[in-house]
Design a protein around this ligand. Structure first.
Ligand code: HDD
Length: 694
């Protein structure tokens, strides 16, 4: 009897289907069943002007397939962008975890999908929204999916409330709007009735939800997980992804204008960065702690609305994630990728966080409705890279062809010379860490919330008080904006402000003032909040990097712009690892001072300054005169100034700066070295003179 491998390997395209090579110009177009097609332009008719025939299997198959090209979008996180990469373990943590993915020097393939939460698959990239940060690591011991967000805490404490959260935040049930945003009645109605959301709301109203790039945001595993070492000893852990480019966000007005300028701002940025070899990188950090630490905190480490300040448990960097390959096909990979928080290899385990426990069911379940089959793990982007096999069989879209009779276990087929199939391994298999990790982990069946989950405000206060003045102003203003969009429900803004009084009286007052409502009575707190030591790690501004790397500079030129100065400017920007993008009134370019024709990367009207991190205005006197009459040029400069960006300008461009209302400050420079330095920063001090913030 022929021997088959005991562990069934993942079928690759080559083994199961021989598709024609798209690059082979001589390849013949066929039907899905391999029949060569002679004419892909015309359906089969009875006579040149006669009816189309039912017999036309080529037409029928083509339309049939087309009719079914869409699958249900994700109920949340529908809009996303993905990329392939590698994770390299850089520290020895074998004392903490036996997982092979953490062996120092081990390289593991990964697939990452970033997403917004509330909008549909075709919505814009830059609404105010939490960003998903889902990482699938194809480890040699099976897939590990760390399905996190760019915020370390969550709206709710128990999975029981997830459908309510999502129903409240998504477009309203009757009218089907707003798309992709929380600034509406039902979200704030619900949130203001749920004090446990307050901490997350502080993050959501901060610039964390307006990332400049997917490359400049942190990622968090959110929940407390466990690491388990070879001796079976478990430690608690929180996972962090720290971006190598530092943190960077846009501001609200800029994000709004970005929605008009480029729906795909983040997707494009990620794709282009990878395409040009500027591979995005994050370090994986862990906060490790034990039961004694957990017991000593005023919050519960199993409560996903709480974080552990980095000052209390420092983040230890143990590996690097590099995204180095764009997807070949958006649908096959980014759309069909299925993340499961329940995917953990031996050495990583779950805590009793009730939010996490609910997720362990939900993600597996949702893939069946999204991908239509329990065999979704066979889709190439989901399949483990290590051998896998068991006695599960059949089902829709089964693409593996297991051989032999062994589809049950135990069996004694091997004793008869037949394949018996794989066997369980107590030594290598996943074993739940059952070390005692805390009190109250067993007992009567109770549908309750632990009393240790009752403090809803201390960490919201910690977050607010850890921000810079400018960041606090943004938070207060976002609350005002969002609550100002709450129409019918008069009681909601007041109820929210009543909650905020438990966070910070000044914040509550600013929001009430901004809304023009009287300060309501403070909401009773389930547990009185306490003051925690502010944490710098919670601020974006304190964690930005003054670097041009990953930033782009829009250079506005017109006929007569100085050729030598342009060449030098582009060289300076490129040397500083920035991206120089030339913008001109006509995309064909402009005639420079030396008579040469300079092609533009973008036309002025289609390349507004919100898509850049800084702008340079390199104009001659004539060029300036011409652009003074051009609304897009004035807005180019005005918005860059309003969005707190550096502006470098030639002397001759001054009238345009004046018309755009630019006032000299540290961010307004000539086109020398000072500009490249300024272009690596934002000028938040400028803001109070430009707009009223709450
Ligand atoms: Fe979730 C998708 C992150 C709580 C149920 N979630 C989803 C994605 C991310 C997160 C990044 C997109 C994955 C992808 O790109 O395909 N979710 C989180 C985080 C949470 C969280 C960080 C809290 C800490 N989620 C959560 C709960 C439930 C779900 C409590 C249900 C009980 N999430 C889902 C889902 C989704 C999903 C409905 C939609 C598509 C999918 O799973 O595959 O099952």
């Amino acid at each position: 009897m022929a021997k088959t491998p005991t562990r069934t390997a993942r079928p690759t395209g080559g083994e199961t289907h021989q598709t024609v090579d798209a690059g082979d110009a001589t390849a013949i177009l066929t039907t899905n069943h391999g029949v060569p097609v002679s004419d892909n332009q015309n359906s089969l008719k009875s006579g040149a002007r006669g009816p189309t025939l039912l017999e036309d299997f080529v037409l029928r198959e083509k339309i049939f397939h087309f009719d079914h090209e869409r699958i249900p979008e994700r109920i949340v996180h529908a809009r996303g962008s993905g990329a392939h990469g590698v994770f390299e373990a850089t520290a020895d943590i074998s004392d903490l975890s036996k997982a092979a993915v953490f062996i120092k020097g081990e390289k593991t393939e990964v697939f990452v999908r970033f997403s917004t939460v509330a909008g549909g698959a075709g919505s814009v990239d830059t609404p105010r929204d939490v960003r998903g940060f889902a990482v699938k690591l194809y480890t040699r011991e099976g897939n590990w999916d760390l399905v996190g967000n760019n915020i370390p805490v969550f709206f709710i404490q128990d999975a029981m409330k997830f459908p309510d959260l999502v129903h409240a935040v998504k477009m309203e049930a009757d009218r089907g709007y707003p798309q992709a945003g929380s600034a509406h009645d039902t979200f704030w109605d619900w949130a203001s009735l749920m004090p446990e959301t307050t901490h997350m709301l502080m993050w959501a109203m901060s610039d964390r939800t307006l990332p400049r790039s997917l490359r400049t945001m942190e990622g968090f595993g959110v929940h407390t997980f466990k690491l388990v070492n070879a001796a079976g000893k478990a430690s608690f852990v929180k996972f962090h992804w720290k971006p190598r480019l530092g943190l960077q966000s846009t501001i609200w007005d800029e994000a709004l204008k970005l929605q008009a300028a480029d729906n795909d701002y983040h997707r494009r940025d990620l794709f282009e960065a990878i395409d040009t070899g500027a591979f995005p990188q994050w370090d994986l950090g862990i906060q490790v702690f034990d039961q004694a630490f957990a017991d000593a905190q005023l919050y519960d480490v199993l409560d996903a609305t709480k974080l552990i300040p980095e000052e209390d448990v420092p983040v230890r960097l143990i590996g690097t994630l590099t995204l180095n390959r764009n997807v070949d096909n958006f649908f096959a990979e980014t759309e069909q990728v299925a993340f499961l928080p329940s995917n953990v290899p031996p050495g990583i385990d779950f805590s009793n966080d009730p939010l996490l426990q609910g997720r362990l069911f939900s993600y597996l379940d949702t893939q069946n409705s999204r991908l239509g089959t329990t065999n979704f793990h066979q889709i190439p982007v989901n399949a483990p890279r290590c051998p896998f096999g068991n006695f599960q069989r059949d089902g829709k879209m089964q693409t593996m062809v297991p051989k032999g009779r062994a589809n049950y276990e135990p069996n004694s087929l091997a004793a008869h010379g037949e394949e018996g199939g794989p066997r369980e391994s107590p030594a290598q298999g996943f074993v739940t860490a059952n070390a005692a990790t805390g009190p109250d982990e067993s007992g009567d069946k109770l549908r309750v919330r632990a009393a240790t989950f009752a403090d809803h405000y201390s960490q919201a206060r910690l977050f607010y008080r850890s921000q810079t003045e400018a960041e606090q102003a943004h938070i207060a203003s976002s609350f005002v904006f969002e609550l100002s969009k709450v129409g019918l429900l008069d009681q909601v803004p007041g109820r929210m402000v009543a909650n905020l009084r438990n966070v910070d009286e000044d914040l509550a007052k600013r929001v009430a003032d901004g809304l023009g409502i009287a300060l309501p009575k403070k909401a009773p707190a389930a547990k009185e909040p306490v003051d925690m030591e502010p944490s710098d790690a919670l601020s974006i501004h304190k964690n930005m990097k003054d670097t041009l790397e990953g930033r782009s500079v829009g250079i506005l030129i017109a006929d007569g712009s100085d050729a030598v100065a342009l060449k030098k400017l582009v060289a300076d920007i490129t040397k500083a690892k920035g991206k120089a993008v030339i913008v001109a009134p006509k995309v064909g370019g402009a005639k420079l001072s030396d008579g040469s024709q300079q092609k533009a990367d973008g036309q002025l009207a289609g390349s507004p300054s919100q898509v850049f991190d800084a702008i340079a205005v390199l104009l001659s006197e004539d060029g300036t005169k011409a652009l003074l009459r051009e609304g897009a040029a004035v807005e180019f400069v005005m918005n860059a100034f309003g969005h707190l960006k550096a502006i470098g300008a030639s002397e001759a461009a001054k009238p345009l700066l004046d018309k755009a209302g630019v006032v000299l400050d540290d961010g307004v420079t000539g086109l020398d070295g000072a500009f490249v330095k300024a272009a690596s920063q934002r000028f938040y001090d400028r803001e109070p003179s430009l707009r009223t913030l709450a």
